[in-house]
Ligand binder design. Sequence first.
Ligand SMILES: Cc1cc2nc3c(=O)[nH]c(=O)nc-3n(C[C@H](O)[C@H](O)[C@H](O)COP(=O)(O)OP(=O)(O)OC[C@H]3O[C@@H](n4cnc5c(N)ncnc54)[C@H](O)[C@@H]3O)c2cc1C
Length: 403
Amino acid sequence: MLAAQRLAGRGWKVQLFEAQGTVGRKFLVAGHGGFNLSNSEDAAHFAGRYGAESTRFGALLEHFSAADLRAWAADLGIETFVGTSGRIFPVAAHKPADLLRAWLGRLRELGVEINTRHRWLGFAGATGLRLRDESTGAGREFIIEPTATVLALGGASWAKTGSDGAWVPLLEEIGVPVVPFAPANCGAEVGWSAFFQEKVGRAPLKNIALRVNDGPAVRGELMLTDYGVEGTPVYALTPEVRAARAAGGPAVLHLNLKPDLPPATLLQKLLQPRGKASFPEFLKKTLHLGPPVPTLLREVAPEAAALHPEALAALLTAVPLPVAGLRPLDEAISTAGGIAFAAVDEHLMLRQRPGTFVAGEMLDWEAPTGGYLLQGCFSTGAWVARGVALRLMKNEDDALPYS
Ligand SMILES: Cc1cc2nc3c(=O)[nH]c(=O)nc-3n(C[C@H](O)[C@H](O)[C@H](O)COP(=O)(O)OP(=O)(O)OC[C@H]3O[C@@H](n4cnc5c(N)ncnc54)[C@H](O)[C@@H]3O)c2cc1C
């Protein structure tokens, strides 16, 4: 949609085809949980969030940064603010639907033809696209011959929003390598006992640190659920969990319940005489660790209450939570995998099919939550608009370089 806006703004005729009855359904779903558009982090750290693709995203973010995203939203009448966590949100008065409505209004003003219930079915010949108008019961198939194409068909989670990954065979059949999808930014399953599931259900643990095996720790809030754990630190560690499991080893989340307390202070507190206090009362009084912590400790170490202070300190700073699996792909906030970067040139144009560009989550990258996902989609969208414009200008004037 950003590519459509930018290209229409330069005077080209743009047609947009969306399989669903409305566009931007996942955008609205993202808005439901806080609508975190981007992040105020400095450029170097920001690019680092894209892992193996950080260098590539460094350039993409330079072309369309978080500041550009804020300016774009402001231009649509949507002011944004930087929250205490550094995340960028629209101000409270603006609902996600307001931004989407203003955006669609702008696209229409620019002359973008928006065709909903139109499914892309694959390529036709060297430049054509096969489409089906599904707005009528029978459905009507037709072919268009655009001068350039941008595919932005999303990843493969939350299929009900339209991002079902059904495009994979259509790309593979023309020889485009697609890395299999895997859940990113999703919860992890832990084999809790029936007693734990019943007693704890859903409970937050604030100000914790979490790591996978001996990896680096991530801070945040953890949510215990009846099937395992959710929350920002778990999502951020999905790549490490996947890697540990892919390597055939166990993936154990180690939970530090007191990451701000120096080890010596923690031990000193635990060395205080317990007197007649029960284990839960002692934890509450000395460390402000209330429910569900005693139940959690007993779940992973039935003898927790009887542990020597040194051993208890070790348990409190590394509660072991063996990961039995990741939550299903369709539940994930985003997906890893997609079109391999080897399949596209520096303009994100398919090497197999000159004139066809790809943007957004359908490319093989991943990033944590915190605004990095939408920003990545916007930045790739702006970048392909640039690539399309350069290509079309070159078509119009052969003297122009395509770079
Ligand atoms: C619960 C949830 C919360 C999220 N929260 C945030 C957040 O706060 N911040 C953030 O940065 N990110 C968030 N995200 C992630 C973000 O929403 C996605 O990364 C982003 O929407 C991906 O954009 P996209 O344009 O690549 O694909 P999508 O938004 O998935 O759009 C792809 C579109 O292509 C259409 N399509 C697919 N196949 C065809 C076809 N054959 N023909 C025609 N149309 C087709 C689909 O119907 C869909 O509308 C969240 C995601 C979820 C699920």
